[in-house]
Write a protein that binds this ligand. Structure first.
Ligand code: FEO
Length: 395
Protein backbone atom coordinates (compact mmCIF):
# COMPACT_ATOMS: atom_id res chain seq x y z
CA UNK A 1 0.00 0.00 0.00
CA UNK A 2 1.32 3.43 -0.89
CA UNK A 3 1.77 6.12 1.75
CA UNK A 4 2.09 9.76 0.79
CA UNK A 5 5.15 11.53 2.10
CA UNK A 6 4.63 14.96 0.52
CA UNK A 7 2.24 16.29 -2.17
CA UNK A 8 2.47 13.87 -5.12
CA UNK A 9 5.31 11.77 -3.72
CA UNK A 10 4.54 8.47 -2.04
CA UNK A 11 6.38 5.55 -0.45
CA UNK A 12 5.71 2.22 -2.11
CA UNK A 13 8.34 -0.01 -0.53
CA UNK A 14 8.42 -3.20 1.50
CA UNK A 15 8.18 -3.11 5.29
CA UNK A 16 10.41 -6.05 6.22
CA UNK A 17 9.31 -6.95 9.74
CA UNK A 18 10.57 -10.52 9.48
CA UNK A 19 14.13 -9.79 8.32
CA UNK A 20 16.70 -11.28 10.71
CA UNK A 21 19.98 -10.67 8.89
CA UNK A 22 21.20 -8.53 6.00
CA UNK A 23 24.17 -8.91 3.61
CA UNK A 24 23.93 -12.66 4.20
CA UNK A 25 24.59 -12.99 7.91
CA UNK A 26 26.97 -10.03 8.12
CA UNK A 27 24.46 -7.64 9.65
CA UNK A 28 22.01 -8.52 12.41
CA UNK A 29 18.50 -7.10 12.19
CA UNK A 30 16.75 -6.70 15.53
CA UNK A 31 14.00 -4.18 14.82
CA UNK A 32 12.97 -5.09 11.28
CA UNK A 33 13.96 -3.09 8.21
CA UNK A 34 12.44 -1.71 5.04
CA UNK A 35 13.33 -1.32 1.40
CA UNK A 36 11.98 2.07 0.41
CA UNK A 37 10.81 2.70 -3.13
CA UNK A 38 9.21 6.04 -4.02
CA UNK A 39 6.63 7.02 -6.60
CA UNK A 40 6.49 10.57 -7.98
CA UNK A 41 3.34 11.58 -9.88
CA UNK A 42 3.82 14.99 -11.40
CA UNK A 43 3.27 15.57 -15.13
CA UNK A 44 5.80 12.76 -15.38
CA UNK A 45 5.43 9.58 -13.34
CA UNK A 46 8.72 8.40 -11.90
CA UNK A 47 9.64 5.38 -9.81
CA UNK A 48 12.70 5.73 -7.60
CA UNK A 49 14.33 2.36 -6.82
CA UNK A 50 12.51 -0.93 -6.21
CA UNK A 51 12.69 -3.56 -3.44
CA UNK A 52 14.65 -6.74 -2.74
CA UNK A 53 14.40 -9.66 -5.16
CA UNK A 54 12.28 -12.04 -2.95
CA UNK A 55 9.54 -9.39 -2.78
CA UNK A 56 9.59 -8.47 -6.48
CA UNK A 57 6.23 -9.99 -7.43
CA UNK A 58 4.42 -8.45 -4.45
CA UNK A 59 6.09 -5.14 -5.30
CA UNK A 60 4.86 -5.18 -8.89
CA UNK A 61 1.37 -6.31 -7.82
CA UNK A 62 1.17 -3.48 -5.27
CA UNK A 63 2.36 -0.98 -7.81
CA UNK A 64 -0.29 -2.18 -10.29
CA UNK A 65 -3.00 -1.59 -7.69
CA UNK A 66 -1.88 2.04 -7.38
CA UNK A 67 -1.14 3.00 -11.01
CA UNK A 68 -1.21 1.74 -14.57
CA UNK A 69 2.42 0.62 -14.98
CA UNK A 70 2.41 2.02 -18.51
CA UNK A 71 2.10 5.46 -16.98
CA UNK A 72 5.62 5.22 -15.54
CA UNK A 73 7.68 7.57 -17.70
CA UNK A 74 10.98 6.48 -16.25
CA UNK A 75 12.69 4.71 -13.39
CA UNK A 76 15.60 6.04 -11.37
CA UNK A 77 17.98 3.34 -10.10
CA UNK A 78 20.02 5.05 -7.42
CA UNK A 79 21.91 1.85 -6.62
CA UNK A 80 22.37 -1.60 -8.14
CA UNK A 81 22.52 -3.70 -4.98
CA UNK A 82 19.68 -6.24 -5.17
CA UNK A 83 17.79 -4.84 -2.17
CA UNK A 84 16.97 -1.87 -4.44
CA UNK A 85 17.24 -3.21 -7.99
CA UNK A 86 15.98 -6.74 -7.28
CA UNK A 87 12.44 -6.12 -8.55
CA UNK A 88 13.54 -4.67 -11.89
CA UNK A 89 13.37 -8.07 -13.61
CA UNK A 90 9.69 -8.48 -12.69
CA UNK A 91 8.85 -4.85 -13.41
CA UNK A 92 10.66 -4.64 -16.75
CA UNK A 93 8.77 -7.70 -18.03
CA UNK A 94 5.69 -5.45 -17.87
CA UNK A 95 7.26 -2.24 -19.18
CA UNK A 96 10.44 -3.33 -21.04
CA UNK A 97 11.12 -0.07 -22.88
CA UNK A 98 10.86 2.26 -19.89
CA UNK A 99 14.05 4.30 -19.48
CA UNK A 100 16.16 3.63 -16.38
CA UNK A 101 18.23 6.62 -15.24
CA UNK A 102 21.38 5.57 -13.40
CA UNK A 103 25.17 5.80 -13.39
CA UNK A 104 27.12 3.69 -15.92
CA UNK A 105 28.49 1.64 -12.99
CA UNK A 106 24.94 0.93 -11.86
CA UNK A 107 23.88 -0.35 -15.29
CA UNK A 108 26.98 -2.56 -15.45
CA UNK A 109 26.24 -3.98 -12.02
CA UNK A 110 22.54 -4.55 -12.79
CA UNK A 111 23.44 -6.42 -15.98
CA UNK A 112 26.09 -8.39 -14.09
CA UNK A 113 23.55 -9.51 -11.53
CA UNK A 114 20.41 -9.94 -13.62
CA UNK A 115 21.73 -10.51 -17.16
CA UNK A 116 21.61 -8.36 -20.28
CA UNK A 117 18.06 -7.56 -21.33
CA UNK A 118 18.72 -4.51 -23.52
CA UNK A 119 16.99 -2.30 -20.99
CA UNK A 120 16.90 1.36 -21.92
CA UNK A 121 19.58 2.72 -19.56
CA UNK A 122 20.10 6.49 -19.56
CA UNK A 123 23.41 7.42 -17.97
CA UNK A 124 23.60 10.40 -15.64
CA UNK A 125 26.28 12.15 -13.62
CA UNK A 126 26.37 14.73 -10.84
CA UNK A 127 24.49 17.89 -11.84
CA UNK A 128 22.46 16.29 -14.62
CA UNK A 129 18.76 16.96 -14.28
CA UNK A 130 15.45 16.05 -15.85
CA UNK A 131 12.17 17.98 -15.89
CA UNK A 132 9.20 16.13 -14.37
CA UNK A 133 6.56 18.83 -14.94
CA UNK A 134 4.71 21.28 -12.69
CA UNK A 135 7.92 23.29 -12.56
CA UNK A 136 9.81 20.51 -10.78
CA UNK A 137 12.88 18.55 -11.75
CA UNK A 138 15.12 15.77 -10.54
CA UNK A 139 18.82 16.47 -10.06
CA UNK A 140 21.26 13.59 -9.82
CA UNK A 141 24.19 13.46 -7.40
CA UNK A 142 26.74 10.65 -7.66
CA UNK A 143 27.57 9.11 -4.28
CA UNK A 144 30.50 6.98 -5.45
CA UNK A 145 31.60 4.52 -2.72
CA UNK A 146 28.83 5.60 -0.39
CA UNK A 147 28.71 2.74 -0.30
CA UNK A 148 29.11 1.09 -3.73
CA UNK A 149 30.83 2.46 -6.86
CA UNK A 150 27.45 3.03 -8.53
CA UNK A 151 25.65 4.70 -5.61
CA UNK A 152 23.71 7.87 -6.40
CA UNK A 153 21.24 10.24 -4.74
CA UNK A 154 18.40 12.08 -6.47
CA UNK A 155 17.09 15.48 -5.43
CA UNK A 156 13.58 16.66 -6.30
CA UNK A 157 13.13 20.41 -6.59
CA UNK A 158 9.86 22.04 -5.55
CA UNK A 159 9.23 19.49 -2.81
CA UNK A 160 12.90 19.65 -1.77
CA UNK A 161 13.30 15.93 -1.20
CA UNK A 162 16.68 14.21 -1.22
CA UNK A 163 16.28 10.54 -2.11
CA UNK A 164 19.58 9.54 -0.55
CA UNK A 165 19.44 5.78 -1.12
CA UNK A 166 21.58 3.90 1.46
CA UNK A 167 23.10 7.03 3.01
CA UNK A 168 21.26 8.29 6.11
CA UNK A 169 19.25 5.05 6.40
CA UNK A 170 18.71 2.58 9.20
CA UNK A 171 17.72 -1.07 9.30
CA UNK A 172 14.58 -0.27 11.23
CA UNK A 173 10.93 -0.95 10.36
CA UNK A 174 8.77 2.11 11.02
CA UNK A 175 5.20 1.62 9.83
CA UNK A 176 4.52 5.33 10.44
CA UNK A 177 7.43 6.02 8.00
CA UNK A 178 8.83 9.15 9.58
CA UNK A 179 11.76 9.46 11.98
CA UNK A 180 9.81 11.90 14.17
CA UNK A 181 7.13 9.21 14.66
CA UNK A 182 9.63 6.49 15.59
CA UNK A 183 10.86 5.49 19.03
CA UNK A 184 13.83 7.89 19.31
CA UNK A 185 15.99 5.55 21.34
CA UNK A 186 15.65 2.76 18.79
CA UNK A 187 15.94 5.18 15.85
CA UNK A 188 19.35 6.48 16.93
CA UNK A 189 20.55 3.06 18.04
CA UNK A 190 19.78 1.71 14.57
CA UNK A 191 21.10 4.80 12.75
CA UNK A 192 24.50 4.61 14.41
CA UNK A 193 24.71 0.81 14.04
CA UNK A 194 23.97 1.21 10.32
CA UNK A 195 26.55 3.98 9.94
CA UNK A 196 29.25 1.98 11.73
CA UNK A 197 28.69 -1.36 10.04
CA UNK A 198 27.83 -0.22 6.49
CA UNK A 199 29.03 3.33 5.89
CA UNK A 200 32.09 3.64 8.15
CA UNK A 201 34.58 1.87 5.83
CA UNK A 202 34.04 4.87 3.53
CA UNK A 203 33.90 7.47 6.29
CA UNK A 204 36.77 9.43 4.72
CA UNK A 205 34.45 10.29 1.78
CA UNK A 206 31.47 11.36 3.88
CA UNK A 207 32.69 14.82 4.92
CA UNK A 208 33.58 15.84 1.35
CA UNK A 209 30.29 14.54 -0.01
CA UNK A 210 28.31 16.46 2.60
CA UNK A 211 30.24 19.64 1.72
CA UNK A 212 29.55 19.00 -1.99
CA UNK A 213 25.81 18.57 -1.38
CA UNK A 214 25.73 21.72 0.79
CA UNK A 215 27.59 23.66 -1.95
CA UNK A 216 24.63 23.16 -4.31
CA UNK A 217 22.56 25.32 -1.91
CA UNK A 218 19.55 23.10 -2.39
CA UNK A 219 16.94 23.47 0.35
CA UNK A 220 16.29 20.08 1.91
CA UNK A 221 12.88 19.54 3.54
CA UNK A 222 12.95 15.74 3.52
CA UNK A 223 15.69 13.12 3.37
CA UNK A 224 14.16 9.90 2.11
CA UNK A 225 16.65 7.03 2.40
CA UNK A 226 16.21 3.55 0.96
CA UNK A 227 16.04 1.85 4.38
CA UNK A 228 14.18 2.77 7.54
CA UNK A 229 12.62 6.02 8.63
CA UNK A 230 12.31 9.18 6.52
CA UNK A 231 13.77 12.41 7.99
CA UNK A 232 11.36 15.37 7.72
CA UNK A 233 11.64 17.08 11.13
CA UNK A 234 15.00 18.90 10.92
CA UNK A 235 16.27 16.49 8.24
CA UNK A 236 19.79 17.91 8.49
CA UNK A 237 20.11 16.37 11.96
CA UNK A 238 21.18 13.06 10.42
CA UNK A 239 23.57 14.85 8.03
CA UNK A 240 25.19 16.62 10.98
CA UNK A 241 25.51 13.30 12.81
CA UNK A 242 27.18 11.73 9.76
CA UNK A 243 29.67 14.63 9.60
CA UNK A 244 30.51 14.08 13.28
CA UNK A 245 30.60 10.27 13.12
CA UNK A 246 32.83 10.28 10.04
CA UNK A 247 35.51 12.37 11.73
CA UNK A 248 37.43 9.83 13.90
CA UNK A 249 34.53 9.85 16.35
CA UNK A 250 35.03 8.76 19.94
CA UNK A 251 33.43 9.07 23.36
CA UNK A 252 34.91 8.56 26.79
CA UNK A 253 34.48 4.80 26.50
CA UNK A 254 36.65 1.69 26.45
CA UNK A 255 35.42 -1.60 25.02
CA UNK A 256 36.84 -4.99 25.94
CA UNK A 257 36.17 -7.83 23.49
CA UNK A 258 37.42 -11.37 24.03
CA UNK A 259 36.72 -15.06 23.76
CA UNK A 260 37.82 -17.75 26.17
CA UNK A 261 38.30 -21.52 26.47
CA UNK A 262 38.43 -22.15 30.22
CA UNK A 263 37.51 -18.70 31.58
CA UNK A 264 41.06 -17.51 32.26
CA UNK A 265 40.86 -14.87 29.50
CA UNK A 266 37.40 -13.90 30.84
CA UNK A 267 38.92 -13.19 34.26
CA UNK A 268 41.53 -10.89 32.69
CA UNK A 269 38.80 -9.08 30.73
CA UNK A 270 36.78 -8.46 33.88
CA UNK A 271 39.84 -7.29 35.85
CA UNK A 272 40.75 -4.82 33.09
CA UNK A 273 37.16 -3.49 33.18
CA UNK A 274 37.32 -3.05 36.98
CA UNK A 275 40.66 -1.28 36.75
CA UNK A 276 39.43 1.13 34.06
CA UNK A 277 36.54 2.07 36.31
CA UNK A 278 38.89 2.42 39.32
CA UNK A 279 41.29 4.71 37.45
CA UNK A 280 38.66 6.65 35.53
CA UNK A 281 35.14 6.41 37.03
CA UNK A 282 33.67 8.61 34.28
CA UNK A 283 34.84 6.31 31.51
CA UNK A 284 32.12 4.00 30.19
CA UNK A 285 33.34 0.40 30.08
CA UNK A 286 31.75 -2.28 27.92
CA UNK A 287 32.74 -5.97 27.99
CA UNK A 288 31.73 -8.46 25.30
CA UNK A 289 32.35 -12.14 24.68
CA UNK A 290 32.84 -12.14 20.92
CA UNK A 291 31.36 -15.62 20.37
CA UNK A 292 28.28 -14.95 22.50
CA UNK A 293 27.33 -11.42 21.57
CA UNK A 294 26.26 -9.68 18.38
CA UNK A 295 29.27 -8.59 16.33
CA UNK A 296 27.54 -5.54 14.84
CA UNK A 297 26.54 -4.31 18.29
CA UNK A 298 30.11 -4.85 19.55
CA UNK A 299 31.50 -2.90 16.58
CA UNK A 300 29.12 -0.06 17.36
CA UNK A 301 30.57 0.09 20.87
CA UNK A 302 34.13 -0.08 19.48
CA UNK A 303 33.23 2.88 17.25
CA UNK A 304 32.21 4.89 20.31
CA UNK A 305 35.40 3.96 22.18
CA UNK A 306 38.69 5.79 22.50
CA UNK A 307 40.45 2.51 23.26
CA UNK A 308 39.81 -1.21 23.15
CA UNK A 309 41.34 -4.33 24.69
CA UNK A 310 41.11 -7.61 22.77
CA UNK A 311 41.71 -11.02 24.29
CA UNK A 312 42.05 -14.61 23.17
CA UNK A 313 43.76 -17.68 24.55
CA UNK A 314 46.34 -19.32 22.33
CA UNK A 315 44.98 -22.29 20.44
CA UNK A 316 47.40 -24.39 18.36
CA UNK A 317 49.86 -21.53 17.78
CA UNK A 318 47.06 -19.14 16.88
CA UNK A 319 44.04 -17.29 18.29
CA UNK A 320 40.47 -18.59 18.56
CA UNK A 321 38.63 -18.59 15.23
CA UNK A 322 35.89 -16.39 16.74
CA UNK A 323 38.44 -13.67 17.58
CA UNK A 324 40.21 -14.11 14.24
CA UNK A 325 36.98 -13.57 12.28
CA UNK A 326 36.07 -10.63 14.50
CA UNK A 327 39.46 -9.01 13.88
CA UNK A 328 38.92 -9.39 10.10
CA UNK A 329 35.62 -7.55 10.41
CA UNK A 330 37.26 -4.93 12.64
CA UNK A 331 39.86 -4.27 9.91
CA UNK A 332 37.11 -3.80 7.28
CA UNK A 333 35.51 -1.00 9.28
CA UNK A 334 38.65 1.19 9.14
CA UNK A 335 38.41 2.84 12.54
CA UNK A 336 40.85 5.66 13.26
CA UNK A 337 42.47 7.33 16.26
CA UNK A 338 41.89 4.53 18.76
CA UNK A 339 44.30 2.80 21.12
CA UNK A 340 44.34 -0.93 21.67
CA UNK A 341 45.83 -3.57 23.96
CA UNK A 342 45.97 -7.37 23.81
CA UNK A 343 45.62 -10.07 26.44
CA UNK A 344 45.11 -13.81 26.75
CA UNK A 345 45.95 -17.08 28.47
CA UNK A 346 48.10 -19.90 27.10
CA UNK A 347 49.19 -23.39 28.03
CA UNK A 348 52.40 -23.91 26.12
CA UNK A 349 53.42 -21.90 23.02
CA UNK A 350 51.53 -18.62 23.80
CA UNK A 351 51.38 -16.70 20.50
CA UNK A 352 47.93 -15.14 20.95
CA UNK A 353 48.96 -11.76 22.38
CA UNK A 354 51.53 -11.12 19.65
CA UNK A 355 49.08 -12.19 16.92
CA UNK A 356 46.32 -9.93 18.29
CA UNK A 357 48.74 -7.00 18.52
CA UNK A 358 49.79 -7.48 14.87
CA UNK A 359 46.20 -7.82 13.69
CA UNK A 360 45.18 -4.68 15.62
CA UNK A 361 48.05 -2.72 14.04
CA UNK A 362 46.94 -3.90 10.61
CA UNK A 363 43.42 -2.74 11.48
CA UNK A 364 44.75 0.79 12.10
CA UNK A 365 44.83 0.85 15.91
CA UNK A 366 47.58 2.44 18.00
CA UNK A 367 48.67 -0.68 19.89
CA UNK A 368 50.32 -0.28 23.28
CA UNK A 369 53.16 -2.57 24.31
CA UNK A 370 51.70 -3.35 27.72
CA UNK A 371 49.83 -6.67 27.58
CA UNK A 372 48.65 -9.48 29.81
CA UNK A 373 49.93 -12.90 28.83
CA UNK A 374 48.98 -15.49 31.39
CA UNK A 375 50.28 -19.08 31.67
CA UNK A 376 47.48 -21.57 32.42
CA UNK A 377 45.35 -19.13 34.43
CA UNK A 378 45.78 -15.53 35.55
CA UNK A 379 47.79 -15.15 38.76
CA UNK A 380 48.11 -12.21 41.15
CA UNK A 381 51.33 -11.37 39.34
CA UNK A 382 49.41 -11.12 36.05
CA UNK A 383 46.65 -9.03 37.65
CA UNK A 384 49.29 -6.71 39.12
CA UNK A 385 50.30 -5.73 35.59
CA UNK A 386 46.78 -4.54 34.74
CA UNK A 387 47.00 -1.06 36.35
CA UNK A 388 49.98 -0.16 34.14
CA UNK A 389 48.23 -1.48 31.01
CA UNK A 390 45.11 0.52 31.82
CA UNK A 391 47.13 3.64 32.62
CA UNK A 392 48.76 3.47 29.17
CA UNK A 393 45.45 2.69 27.48
CA UNK A 394 43.74 5.70 29.07
CA UNK A 395 46.67 8.12 28.64
FE1 FEO B 1 20.62 -1.01 0.63
FE2 FEO B 1 23.70 -0.97 -0.78
O1 FEO B 1 21.96 -1.56 -0.53
Amino acid sequence: MRKYIKNNVSWIGYMDWELETFHGDEYSITNGSSQNSYLIEEEKTVLIDTVWTPHRNDFVDNLKKEIDLKKIDFIVANHAECDHSGSLTALMKEIPDTPIYCTPACAKSIEGQFGKHNWNFKFVKTGDSIEIGNGKKLIFIEMKMLHWPDSMATYMTGDNILFSNDAFGQHFAVEELFADKANQCLLWKEAVKYFVNIIHPFAMLVGKKIEEIKSFNLPIDIIAPSHGAIWRDNPMQIVEKYAKWANAYQENQVTIAYDTMWEGTTKIAHKIAEEIHRQSPDTVVKVFNISKQDKNEIMTEVFKSKAIAVGSPTEVNDILSSVSGWLSFLKCLKFKNKKAAAFGCYGWSGESVKIIQERLKTAGFNVIEQNIKSLWKPTEEDFNKIPELVKELLA
